[in-house]
Design a protein around this ligand. Structure first.
Ligand code: NAP
Length: 496
């Protein structure tokens, strides 16, 4: 670790684990309580960081700082904002290995996936630097309703909202916060981030890059600590203008109730279906379905977790799935070949096992799977067949490496089961018949429908988001800036 750059971000160390500080009002602070919580490596249970248990007072100071800095950010020239973000992206690129390693040891994410996440986050920041310069308004001529206003002209100027609160989940501890922070700053807002407590340090590094790049004090703040207390305090704070939350539907709904009259962007849970038609290329369908199910051990909102397969091709599809699943390398997180590592914690593992038990009790069969070693969170992929809609696993978010395969009589039944879910985030449709693809795409109730591919956020070039219990609003390059700005109307009323 380059001491000179990160020195004031780290207070010291305990038994080899760095003790971090929070970033509030442009200062690296230890937190009023003086207490720290432990961050553990899901692979071996070792403590890999100590992070301040932020107090309500710290959270309040972060809000005040963001509120104070908002005018400076609003009236900073777009080109200056762009330069700061581009410089931060360059610094991030230079020091990316530090952040990759933090993600690996705090999240249990295989190193190759962590590299992918960090490089996507850097690109997102670079795109935001460009977007800062391309925010534009429009004009409306008068006289469109009556002759009277014929000399009027309205200028519609896009203004930042003010203070944006980001509350983020464990599964993408760098990319998801970046998808909020980068467009928020590009649009001239200020930001307070409350990261997941399992892996909160990536956003602290980002604070360092932004600070070094010249972002004004208070424009970016990170408060660490428990979501229940801190998160709900922040979410109901009167100085917040918009909350951008990514996490479970349960917490998202709580935030929506607490928030009051602020703009909300909610990226919540999912139960994404893969619809496999008798007209599908079954090799593509199996390969993409397995990728969609197993990447990061299924700990993704957009994980494919129920496979609705037409009975004519069911046996062949299952055979293909089995041969694909066996190719996935499960193992140590620092091994570059590893594709599936441990789950985030014991509770997550127990939830997945409980869903499998429920399904097996109700008649599902485990076609593939391996015993979990005592004390380990490493879970091999599981293939469940003969799954029915009576089983919880057909409806509840699994967040684990499980493929639940349901036989359907026809494609309409597949669409009906897909739409019966309370979630509506992503769907994948596998068919070679373009009419069928279009029909399914038009009838599926999810934010995105992928034709012949697994769901993927990508870098945000396509808008991403869900409906119903999967949330509201769309995130993406351009879309987020639009969402994080408001229209300010200036009407000219010339005498002549
Ligand atoms: P989570 O338990 O809902 O936590 C998310 C964040 O909310 C964390 O920072 C957490 O802090 C905080 N929090 C917890 N209770 C809170 C409260 N009462 N008020 C305010 N904030 C509170 O989610 P997770 O387990 O980290 O992440 C997995 C979930 O995120 C899954 O459901 C997944 O589908 C969803 N997700 C959705 C998307 C999407 O784009 N739709 C993307 C990724 C993940 P602590 O960590 O301190 O508890």
């Amino acid at each position: 670790m380059s001491k000179s750059l990160f020195a004031d971000m780290i207070l010291g160390e305990k038994n080899g684990a760095p003790i971090y500080r929070m970033f509030v009002g442009g200062e690296w602070i230890d937190g009023d309580s003086g207490e720290h919580f432990e961050v553990v490596n899901p692979e071996d249970g070792k403590v890999v960081a100590l992070v301040p248990s932020g107090s309500i007072e710290n959270a309040s100071k972060a809000m005040d700082a963001a509120y104070l800095a908002r005018k400076e950010m609003e009236f900073m020239s777009p080109v200056k904002r762009s330069e700061i973000l581009a410089k931060a992206a360059a610094l991030f690129a230079e020091h990316q290995e530090e952040v990759v390693q933090r993600i690996v040891v705090e999240t249990g994410k295989p190193v190759t996936d962590a590299h992918g996440e960090v490089s996507a986050a850097i690109k997102r920041l670079q795109y935001a630097a460009e977007e800062a310069k391309s925010i534009k308004g429009e004009t409306i001529p008068g006289g469109t309703i009556s002759d009277k206003g014929v000399n009027q002209t309205a200028l519609l100027v896009r203004k930042p909202l003010g203070v944006i609160l980001g509350i983020t989940p464990f599964n993408y501890p760098c990319f998801i916060p970046m998808s909020k922070i980068a467009p928020a700053l590009a649009a001239g807002n200020t930001v307070v981030i409350k990261p997941a407590s399992s892996n909160p340090t990536a956003v602290l590094y980002l604070g360092k890059f932004l600070e070094e790049a010249g972002l004004p004090a208070g424009a970016y703040n990170v408060v660490t600590g428990g979501g229940k207390e801190l998160g709900s305090y922040l979410a109901s704070h009167p100085k917040v203008n918009m909350i951008s939350f990514t996490g479970s539907s349960k917490v998202g709904n709580e935030i929506a109730h607490q928030a009051g009259k602020v703009k909300l962007h909610l990226e919540l849970g999912g139960k994404c279906p893969s619809l496999v038609s008798q007209n599908a290329d079954l090799d593509v369908a199996a390969k993409e379905s397995v990728k969609g199910a197993l990447k990061f051990s299924g700990q993704r909102c957009d994980a494919l977790s129920r496979f609705l397969v037409e009975e004519k091709v069911y046996d062949k599809f299952v055979k293909n799935i089995l041969s694909e699943v066996k190719k996935w390398k499960v193992g140590e997180i620092q091994d570059k070949e590893t594709e599936c590592g441990p789950l985030i914690n014991e509770a997550a593992l127990m939830k997945v096992l409980d869903l499998i038990d429920d399904a097996v009790t109700k008649g599902a069969k485990v076609l593939y799977g391996k015993e979990i070693k005592e004390g380990s969170l490493l879970m091999h992929p599981v293939v469940l067949v003969d799954v029915t809609t009576k089983m919880r696993i057909a409806w509840e978010e699994t967040f684990g490496p499980v493929l639940s395969i349901i036989k359907v009589k026809d494609f309409d039944e597949a669409i009906a089961i897909a739409n019966a879910s309370e979630y509506g985030l992503d769907s994948s449709v596998f068919t070679q018949d373009v009419d069928e693809a279009m029909y399914a795409a038009n009838h599926l109730e999810s934010g995105t429908v992928q034709i012949n591919a697994a769901p993927a956020h990508g870098l945000g070039n396509f808008p991403f988001g869900g409906d119903e219990e999967s949330g509201m609003g769309r995130e993406g390059i351009g879309y987020s800036v639009q969402d994080m700005t408001k229209v300010h109307s200036i009407v000219f009323n010339p005498k002549k």
